[in-house]
Design a protein around this ligand. Structure first.
Ligand SMILES: [Fe+2]
Ligand SMILES: [Fe+2]
Length: 180
């Protein structure tokens, strides 16, 4: 059944397989981010300017921002072909979520690269942004994996997929992608 489709059922270079493999990597980064936020909640040591925790959360935020080519492949490659055949609602919702995610990732990176002291308000803001980001991105990935991608695989033609693959080649991988 399509809704239980796994990435391994698709050919290795299929645009959806690449997107799903990147989703798995993104889920791993989210777990790391969650652990880092939990550590910050327990003790703000390491969260001071130049501290190891602050540096590693900043690096994670930058890695998540590096998912931009992934979003571009969806927004410029996959979604327009779905919209062209009348599937407009789900891509519209995913585009809106991309905007929310971009803002949350930027805000996390900015907070970690600021020179603000690691006080209670700083930790509270970090925990809020992290929990919003983790929750929204996990749900987004689940919706794409379980609903949007299976819908696209069912509805789009071989010619559509050839066009999408060409767009994906042009846009290229994320810094963390195992593709290419
Ligand atoms: Fe997406
Ligand atoms: Fe995605």
């Amino acid at each position: 059944m399509l809704s239980q489709m796994g990435a391994e059922e698709l050919p290795p270079a299929h645009p959806v397989r690449i997107l799903m493999e990147e989703h798995d990597q993104l889920l791993g980064f989210l777990s790391e981010l969650e652990l880092a936020a939990a550590a910050a909640r327990k003790s703000a040591t390491g969260l001071e300017v130049g501290g190891t925790l602050r540096t590693s959360i900043h690096a994670l935020a930058l890695t998540l921002l590096d998912a931009e080519p992934h979003h571009q492949r969806e927004e410029q490659g996959l979604f327009p072909r779905m919209e062209r055949i009348g599937i407009e609602g789900p891509p519209h919702m995913m585009r809106m979520e991309h905007e929310i995610l971009r803002a949350a990732k930027r805000s996390l990176a900015e907070q970690m690269s600021s020179d603000a002291p690691a006080n209670e308000a700083f930790v509270a803001q970090l925990c809020r942004t992290t929990s919003d980001l983790v929750g929204t991105l996990r749900a987004h990935i689940q919706k794409e994996n379980r609903i949007l991608y299976p819908m696209a695989l069912e509805a789009l033609s071989a010619e559509d997929w050839r066009e999408i693959a060409t767009d994906c080649e042009r846009i290229g991988p994320c810094s963390f992608s195992k593709w290419r």
